[in-house]
Every structure is written in C-alpha cells, then in structure tokens.
Design a protein around this ligand. Structure first.
Ligand code: GCU
Length: 426
C-alpha cells in the first residue's frame, strides 16, 4: 500500500471512534421488509435474485462483466513444509479476462510474471480436500504472507515494515496485515492470500484508469464498475482457479475480507453462488450497513473520499436517498441460504454496526424461505457462531485484533470444519 493510500486509511478509520454502538437494534429503519408477500424460495431464486443483482449493479457497484475467464499460468511450490511443517506454501500466477459488451480485456501483470499472484497455504495431514479461506488483504502479498520465498519486488513498498506499517499495526491490530496462519492451518483450513490492489489499484487516479481499461466495452460512466465490484469479481476468479484443483473442497469456499474488502467479499458471494460462505469484518457503508438513517460514514462522504470504489450512480443516488430501490439488507439476502459472519467493534461507529445488525434482521426472511435459520440473536452481542447470519461484536475500534480470529475460527468450524485432521501437531 502506498503512503498516500495508507494515510487515507489511517485518518478516515480512526475518526469517530469515540462513540459507542447501541447493543439493541435502534433507529427508524429498524427492520426494512426484505420480501414481498407470496415470496417463495423458487421465486426468490428465479425472479428476485436477478432483479436485485441488477439493481445493485445499476445503483451501487456498477455493472459486472458479461463473461469472465481465468488462466492458471503457474503453480510454484515455495515450501513443502512451511509454518513449522503445518502446511505447504505455493504461489500461483493467475490472469483473468473480463468481457463487457463483447470486448474482453485481461488483468494486468505483476512483477513481469504474466499475471497476478496468489499465495496458497494448504494444511498438511488432512484426510480429504481442504476448505479454503480466500482472503483479500490490505498489504502486498510479501507482507501478508511471512515467508522469504514469496515474490517481492526489489523496491518493495512495505506497509508492515516501515513506520507507517508499525503505526497501522498499532492502530488496526496485529492481524490487519497477516492472519494467524498456523492456527488456521491447524484447524484444517487452506488459506489463499491475495492483494487486490495489485490488479484494481486502491487509488483514485490509477484505480479509475485501470477499472476503465478493464471495462472498455462498457460505455456508460454512470454505471461503470468500481473497485469494490472488481475486487468482488476477483474472488470469483480465485474460485475458478481453486475449483480446478482437487485438493480443495468445492463446498467450502469462503470469502474473507476486512472493511473495504469486507464489502467486496459480500458482493462476491451475492454474485457468485460457488462461494459457500463469507466473513465480512467491519464492512460498513456500502457493505453490510444500511444506507438509510445511518450514523457514521455517509454514502456521500465515502464516495467523495473514495470515488474509485463504487459506481458514480451510487454517489448520485446518495444525494436523492429515496430514489434508491434497494438497501443493504438486500445485499445480505442475496447470500442466503449460505452462512455469513458479520464482524464488528463497539466503538467502530464509523462502520455503523447497529445498521449492519438491522440489515441482518431485514435479511433474515431470505434464510427462512430456504428453511434455514438466519439470525439467531436479538441483540448485537449474543454471538452465535453456528447461526447462518452470525453477528460478532467486540469492544474496541476498527481493525483486526486478537479477539477477532478466534471468533472467525469458531464460525468456520461451525459451518465448514474439515471431516478429519489426521496429524496431531505439537
Ligand atoms: C475507511 C472508509 C470505510 C472503509 C475503511 C477500510 O474508513 O471510510 O468505508 O471500510 O476505510 O477499508 O478500512
């Protein structure tokens, strides 16, 4: 992450964290209705789902590609026995193409490798195919994956290494960059780590230019895709690649993302049914939190600060709020009946945890249509990891901290635990 982008993250996430989130659902928009009378699972799937996806594309994230393809260029073994022998570490080079109106454009390459890089840690000692957590991270892969064999440019601009990195880790928690790989592997989960900004840059000018290049066949600037849509699409391209490898359990592909990448993880699952579960931590505005009656970050503020994240139409609709035919509970509902975990922090009012909880209440009916229990809590702090909408809130502020990963792992275990883990390690 560049210094500028890092600076923006630091300033905008830290502000407004002095207030506390109410632990009871509050606000006028307490439970917006999600489904119309007479809805059933079939109609939901065949009629409502395409309508809602289309509405999010037109009003929020921008239009998704008409077609996509993914090429696996290389699978390079970095270490057969990484993380103290717990897993095998590989680096995959992928390239993807997005087609808009018949014009196909390939993603750009990273470090002259012909594509972009994804690091994949696969647990040793598991009996069958491993569930896989596909993570998009804030830091370049060489920072997110602590292994000397991971490719890095000579002039690597490091978030976790430099002063900015130390400040970021201090403010946003030690897991902001690097998840606890050993613990994840010990539970039998594979982890894929990818730096989305290497493909759709998280910066105004470069980001907008690259998004425009990739969607050359789409002529309408109002509904051109933003980075959140492109990052969501990239979870799908990782899914393409992992689906073709029998070492991974196709019924347990989980998209994990924090904050802006939490937004992307939600859209990834909403648009790609091969994604079996989501952990969206502090996804906030444009993610799990409702657009209407919101404290914390407004849509206007977000789209002004980050004009490259969403379609221009979202910024325009924000000034005429009532024109929006959808709200974010519809996004969550598009994930039903698959499990979704929404991570939050009590003082992260900027992300509006209460609005995310109310969105979960609104979305719950979609799980019921499929005969599943969605949300299984009345308050924000009644953590139920086995529920299909599992809402987690801890004290503290924005970031990924010590308490978060045990909760993520509880959710993963409850829904996607591998059948057996053969080896017992010390
Ligand atoms: C800023 C931004 C949020 C976003 C967050 C992040 O705080 O305002 O919308 O979720 O950055 O990605 O960390």
């Amino acid at each position: 992450m560049g210094l500028f982008a890092g600076g923006v993250v630091l300033t905008s996430c830290v502000r407004l964290t002095l207030a506390w989130t109410d632990l009871e659902p509050n606000g006028e928009a307490a439970t917006p209705p999600v489904l119309v009378d007479g809805e059933n699972a079939l109609r939901w799937r065949d009629e409502r789902t395409p309508q809602l996806r289309d509405a999010f594309e037109r009003h929020v994230i921008g239009v998704m590609p008409d077609a996509s393809s993914t090429r696996i260029i290389e699978k390079r073994v970095i270490d057969e026995a990484a993380f103290g022998g717990r897993g095998r570490l590989e680096e995959w080079t992928l390239s993807a193409a997005a087609t808009f109106n018949g014009v196909a454009v390939e993603t750009r390459e990273v470090m002259n490798r012909g594509g972009f890089l994804v690091q994949v840690a696969i647990p040793s000692g598991t009996a069958g195919p491993a569930p896989i957590v596909m993570m998009q991270t804030f830091c370049p892969s060489w920072d997110a994956m602590p292994h000397a064999g991971v490719s890095r440019p000579e002039d690597a601009d490091s978030m976790s290494g430099g002063l900015l990195g130390s400040v970021a880790t201090y403010v946003f928690g030690r897991f902001i960059c690097t998840p606890p790989y050993e613990e994840i592997l010990d539970r039998g989960f594979a982890v894929a780590s990818f730096y989305p900004s290497s493909v759709a840059p998280d910066s105004r000018e470069e980001g907008l230019a690259e998004l425009r290049r990739l969607s050359a066949g789409h002529k309408d600037d109002e509904t051109r895709w933003g980075a959140v849509a492109a990052w969501a699409w990239l979870y799908g391209r990782m899914t393409d690649a992992f689906e073709s490898d029998e070492r991974f359990d196709k019924e347990a592909f989980i998209a994990w993302g924090h904050s802006r990448y939490g937004k992307a993880a939600l859209y990834a699952a909403a648009y790609d049914e091969r994604i079996d579960g989501v952990i969206a931590h502090q996804s906030g505005t444009g993610g799990a939190s409702l657009n209407r009656n919101k404290p914390g970050e407004s849509v206007t503020s977000m789209t002004e600060t980050y004009p490259h994240w969403f379609a221009q139409s979202y910024a325009d609709a924000a000034s005429a709020e009532d024109a929006m035919p959808i709200d974010q509970h519809h996004l969550l509902a598009l994930i039903a009946p698959r499990p979704v975990m929404l991570g939050n922090a009590r003082r992260d009012v900027w992300s509006d945890p209460n609005g995310a909880f109310r969105a979960a209440i609104g979305a719950d009916a979609a799980w019921e249509l499929f005969g599943e229990n969605g949300l299984d809590q009345q308050r924000l702090d009644q953590w139920e990891p086995a529920a299909d909408i599992a809402f987690w809130i801890r004290p503290g502020t924005h970031g990924v901290v010590e308490e978060d990963w045990p909760a993520f792992l509880e959710f993963l275990d409850a829904h996607f635990a591998p059948v057996t883990i053969a080896a017992v390690r010390d």
